[in-house]
Design a protein around this ligand. Structure first.
Ligand SMILES: [Zn+2]
Length: 279
């Protein structure tokens, strides 16, 4: 009886080489965390059985002082690459175009309408949920996207019973900016410039910088509004946030911001788990 049973299994395995090869080749860790690089077979082995979380970097292409036009994409993509391991997450391809009408006039900018962006991002979130990720973490690099991301996240979370977190890193890191630089930051100010300088120093151009390029954020308390925005370095507070191009501070800032984002994601997932939501 025993002999027959084991012979039976051997026959099944011999007849179905796919069963044997897939169990032999099942990876212990993903060959990559990037959805762009994963094939569908490995993806199926990972999600949802082994990996519950996906990071979606989103941003914009727009002028940023003396740092790259793609800063709002490059920052969350670098952040995702740095923290995906500790979150045991996959990384979705970044959404590199966003809503930036105020800076559209500056060379190299691409802006899409709110009417196009809202449904586009909503369908991507829904598709990630359909792939059975339990936690969808949107790493946002651009303030012009935030309201639309929040609205799309709310609709998809409730419709698909999935957990979604939208992170605006530059606001989350507000106290880190003040601690590292001793002052507040700005759009393309000390904070964003340092973050990019930490991993792309060759694309930061202090030789092109003058203090004249920076102005206080438009529309303080609704007092005025200019389109096109009259500068690309927009200080959150008057007189604070000018880039200082200090490489040591840049490295320190990059590490502290990423630690803060990772900590927020882990804490939020822990709280969702504790509450037993959409498990
Ligand atoms: Zn930016």
């Amino acid at each position: 009886m025993k002999k027959t049973a084991s012979f039976g299994w051997a026959a099944v395995i011999a007849a179905c080489p796919l069963i044997l090869s897939s169990s032999q080749s099942a990876p212990k860790v993903p060959t990559t965390r990037e959805m762009n690089l994963l094939g569908w077979q490995e993806f199926a082995e990972l999600v949802p059985a082994k990996i519950a979380t996906v990071l979606l970097p989103v941003g914009s292409l727009e002028a940023h002082g003396v740092i790259p036009n793609g800063t709002d994409n490059l920052a969350p993509a670098a952040m995702a690459a740095d923290i995906a391991g500790r979150l045991d997450a996959l990384i979705a391809p970044p959404l590199n175009f966003g809503v930036t009408p105020g800076l559209k006039a500056y060379p190299g900018a691409v802006s899409i309408s709110e009417a196009a962006y809202g449904p586009f991002v909503e369908e991507i979130l829904a598709s990630l949920a359909d792939n059975r990720f339990r936690n969808v973490i949107v790493l946002n690099g651009h303030g012009g996207n935030t309201a639309l991301l929040n609205a799309a996240a709310t609709r998809v979370a409730n419709a698909k019973r999935v957990r979604i977190l939208v992170v605006n890193w530059w606001t989350l890191a507000d106290d880190i900016t003040k601690a590292v630089f001793g002052q507040n930051g700005g759009h393309a100010g000390n904070n964003e410039t340092a973050y990019i300088q930490a991993f792309l120093p060759e694309h930061v151009h202090p030789e092109r910088y003058t203090k004249e390029m920076a102005v206080p954020n438009p529309s303080p308390a609704g007092s005025y509004f200019a389109v096109p925005t009259q500068a690309t370095i927009l200080l959150y507070e008057k007189g604070q946030g000018y880039p200082d191009f200090d490489p040591a501070k840049a490295k320190d800032y990059f590490r502290k911001v990423n630690d803060r984002v990772a900590e927020l994601v882990l804490d939020t997932i822990r709280r969702w788990d504790l509450a037993g939501l959409y498990r």
